[in-house]
Design a protein around this ligand. Structure first.
Ligand code: SF4
Length: 225
């Protein structure tokens, strides 16, 4: 199918057609990025939760440079709960917004110790009640540390690609997530974010997508080829 036809079809695409097109998008991206996975280095739910909090407004690469020292100093969430603010600030300074992030890390750690006996909870309900933890962070932890697909992570890449691929017309992350959950098979919810992030970094870049190199060009309504 040509890009022109894809553009024409997108205006009258039924939900069923969108589901089928989305399944094809996911299939092709799996083929293109067979190793797509969470790029935040972690060994357990505590480390992934802390790393995800640090990843706000920061590259995963930078976070991965900082976390080895952080987890060496505070191997468990209980250790982090007892940390001094200024020590944590110093360790995570290079990730930006370090004062707020330290507040979130210490608030999260203390809440996990107080409310969950030092064990990172594995439900959306409990996770989003922790300081500094929103739905996006909770989805990252549930999907990648607990293997539970409760939703779809919507970061800047997922937002941009979902819009360009016309999988949603929403701009609010929560609504984008709801749209994606309706058209993507549940077993793909966690991988979808990894695939879109890899494709967003490599090809469907901001601000200018490389449509000529894109494996999705013939099924993307925004293709400029
Ligand atoms: S690179 Fe172009 S064709 Fe590929 S998904 Fe992005 S906008 Fe669509």
């Amino acid at each position: 199918m040509s890009a022109k036809r894809a553009k024409g079809r997108s205006r009258r695409e039924t939900v069923r057609e969108r589901r089928e097109r989305t399944a094809e998008i996911v299939r092709r991206l799996h083929e293109t990025y067979p190793g797509a996975r969470c790029s935040l280095v972690h060994r357990d739910p505590y480390q992934l939760l802390a790393a995800t909090i640090l990843s706000a407004q920061c590259t995963d690469e930078r976070v991965n440079q900082v976390t080895p020292d952080l987890f060496r100093a505070y191997p468990s969430v209980s250790d982090l709960a007892g940390a001094r603010t200024e020590d944590v600030e110093e360790l995570i300074r290079s990730t930006g917004f370090f004062r707020n992030k330290t507040k979130s890390l210490l608030g999260m750690a203390n809440a996990v110790v107080d409310r969950h006996a030092g064990v990172i909870p594995d439900t959306m309900e409990d996770l989003v009640r922790l300081p500094g933890v929103g739905r996006k962070t909770a989805n990252v932890v549930l999907g990648n540390a607990f293997g539970k697909a409760e939703g779809v992570v919507v970061d800047t890449h997922v937002k941009r690609l979902s819009g360009r691929l016309r999988l949603t017309r929403e701009s609010d992350p929560v609504r984008i997530e709801q749209d994606l959950m309706k058209i993507v098979d549940r077993e793909e919810w966690t991988d979808l974010a990894h695939l879109f992030i890899d494709h967003g970094r490599a090809v469907c870049r901001a601000p200018t997508p490389r449509c000529r190199e894109c494996a999705l060009a013939d099924i993307c309504p925004s293709a400029s080829v």
